[in-house]
Design a protein around this ligand. Sequence first.
Ligand SMILES: [Zn+2]
Length: 221
Amino acid sequence: MNILITGAPGSGKGTMSRRIMDTFGITHISSGDLFRQYIKEDTEIGALARHYIDQGLLVPDDVTIEIVKERILCFNEDQGILLDGFPRTSIQAHAFYEIEKKINRPIDVVINLVVDKELLIRRITGRRMCPECSTIYNIYLNPPRVPGVCDNEGRTLFQRPDDTLDALSVRLNQYDIHTEPMLEYYRKRGIVKDIDGSLGVEPVWKEIKELLEKIDGNPRD
Ligand SMILES: [Zn+2]
């Protein structure tokens, strides 16, 4: 079973990806992780990717495709893959069609986590972290007992620069511009499943698990 998961920042994509991997024994292929790995290994294409990431830009399609292709073409496990962060654009989706044919691994389902923009903003911009114990709070959804300080040892909480409204707006815009045409491409193939990601972790997971069990034909505990 081969899956593509997509969702805006704050949609819960990370949490659901981990659960899919753990429950269905599927290998996670994240373009973000691959970029970090190539950059660390100091390869030529890694240096190219770093050039864009350092400026806060998206890595261009051709560089992304090369990096993911290299990983996927040497992939020889049977249990399937969970694609995360790729294909991100319509150009990448078209390029991936050639890779799918080559490795005989068509995408079975595209899980699209849909969350209302107001809620995404509350989930991300409300996030605060403790510098001491790394506990994450949310001032709207899961506040500490005393505003601004950690429940555990009283340290002052901080907000990561990525989580400010300005930074988030840029990321959400980028997401909308690129993702809609990509989804359109897969909608034509009839494999997109829109899932309401606003409901909270357990209801969302129940829906995804049932969907995948149906595709896989094998119920899990
Ligand atoms: Zn703490």
